[in-house]
Design a protein. Sequence first.
Length: 311
Amino acid sequence: MEKIKVFAPATVANVTCGFDVLGFAVNAPGDIIELQKADHNEVRILSITGDNGRLPKDAEKNTASVVIKAFLEAIGSKQGIDIHLEKQMPLGSGMGSSAASSAAAAFAINKLMGEPMSMKEALPFAMEGERIACGAAHADNVAPALLGGFVLIRSYDPLDVIKIKTPEHLYSTIVHPHIEVNTKDARNILRGQVPLDKAVKQWGNVGGLIAGLLQSDYEMISNSMEDTIIEPIRSILIPGYDVAKAAALKNNALGFGISGSGPSMFTLSQNEKTAKKIGESMRDAYKQLGIGSDVYTSKVNDEGPIILYSE
């Protein structure tokens, strides 16, 4: 194989009660990367589209190229790689933009080099892209982007990720209001200590959510989608949070939460019709506030990255 083109999906991290330890992938939006073997021995970014010129083409600073360089070094290869990156999702949206690029890069270079690693073995390299993007190698976006489905990050040291079985008819709706939330602000606003009673309730919700997913118990999923620690604080950074949440729950959402650090928000529901109705209601809620928004509706993506083209 000399050339490959890959799509990797957007993701929802935290999933209400699972701050930094839970995430899931969706079908759209996502990022596309094209890699081609080259005669030189460098990793080069030839083009980036869809980013409005915001992303660096320096191979030492771009998430995708950093992943590829680390991967090639690990397998002892000096293969030259030319990269074309297509950003198909908004930056800083809370939908795992950097994770999608990192996952696409890890998946593509592994395929291009003859699959020397499993996807779980390739995950630490994808996490290096996250480190470049946000200063910390979090896995709650990049793990589901690479592995697909719901993923639990049980431990970072040592790294231990667990893919959780997803109910067949579970749908996600994501609304991305046209506002900005600084990720650093969203993390700095959090408290360093948590009251024990709130922590205990949060642990119960995480366990309940995972049990609900494994048992396809939608009532348990709904009852567990409550964040007693993070969202009560972060929601104040998102204009329209309360009206969007009210609209979603009124239209039979199983639960509602902030996607990553925001400003995007997500819901889960039992079928496509409900998911689309929820999306329309949240878009209308923001329209009444004079704020535009994008809505994405899909099943939970259990596959992760896919090959669009190879030769």
